[in-house]
Design a protein around this ligand. Structure first.
Ligand code: ZN
Length: 300
């Protein structure tokens, strides 16, 4: 895999040398960029349908199908299975659901009621299927499972892995809102692309590190006054040192250390916010730092 200066991608760090000669592979990766941008804008059905288009383009590129030849999703998948019989463990009922849902959105539109299902299908079927295909056809895994060889950039890969982990957790719940599974992915992209949405003067202000540090300090003091029992962690999204202020459950004298839990959290640098309904996510994202803090108390 190499990186070429004339290939314009947002969330990738590497791609095959053949990207420009194996059409429509470049288009597939650009659609994945667009799908992630749609996640950051809370347009989950749009993100889902764009991701399925990316999958179709990747299938065509891997199969060396002419871009002018029309081939539906099922035909492409059948050909992919013929070329690589064991390329995925996703079964035909799941791929049918993916295709039918995409077709319904394409023909009839969607509503906010479709948000959770879109996030679910994106993570449960779409990401897995595309990752399996890119690995087989291009030796190019989408997800950085080994933390060494994925084609997404490090931040995007990290947050997509979080999304898959949160999805696995939420899939055991009854009536989960699966948009929560892609919550950090969306916030990370909004944070990284924030200057694109700013006017010049806003961008200049955002780059004034001294003013931003004062603002963060002021917000942290306010939060710490509001949340008497709190711990500060490095932010799991922007990475700022001790900027993610977390409210702890009520602490009392006879409380055991193992009973200390995070109730909610807010980053004073990037405004990443986890409400009490998402305390489980705060606990998960801060688990290593949380264990360190507990060990510090034990050794005190
Ligand atoms: Zn942050």
């Amino acid at each position: 895999m190499t990186k070429k200066s004339n290939v314009n991608l947002l969330f990738f760090r590497a791609w095959p040398d053949t990207i420009e000669s194996r059409a429509p592979l470049l288009s597939a990766l650009q659609k994945i960029d667009t799908s992630f941008l749609m996640v950051s804008q809370h347009r989950f059905p749009d993100a889902f349908t764009t991701f399925v288009s990316a999958l179709e383009s990747a299938l065509k590129a891997g199969l060396n199908t002419s871009t002018e030849k029309r081939a539906d999703f099922k035909t492409l998948l059948d050909a992919a299975h013929k070329m690589h019989p064991n390329f995925t463990s996703i079964d035909s009922s799941q791929t049918r659901l993916l295709r039918d849902t995409r077709n319904t959105f394409e023909h009839f539109g969607f509503s906010p009621k479709d948000d959770s299902q879109s996030a679910r299908l994106l993570l449960e079927i779409g990401v897995q299927l595309l990752d399996d295909w890119l690995s087989q056809a291009f030796a190019l895994p989408l997800l950085d499972r080994s933390e060494k060889n994925g084609c997404l950039d490090w931040e995007t890969g990290k947050h997509l892995r979080y999304s898959m982990r949160f999805f696995a957790k939420q899939a055991k719940e009854h009536e989960a809102n699966f948009t929560h599974s892609v919550y950090t992915l969306g916030h990370s992209i909004r944070w990284r692309c924030r200057h694109s949405y700013m006017s010049d003067w806003e961008s200049e202000l955002a780059n004034d590190w001294s003013a931003q540090a004062d603002l963060s300090h002021h917000k942290k003091e306010q939060l710490q006054r509001l949340w008497l029992d709190h711990w500060n962690f490095d932010c799991p999204v922007c990475g700022e040192y001790e900027a993610f202020v977390c409210k702890l459950g009520d602490l009392c004298e006879d409380l055991q250390l193992e009973d200390i839990v995070i109730k909610e959290g807010l980053c004073v640098n990037c405004d990443f916010t986890l409400s009490p309904a998402l305390s489980w996510m705060a606990q998960d994202l801060c688990s290593d730092q949380f264990e360190d803090a507990l060990r510090g108390l034990t050794n005190a």
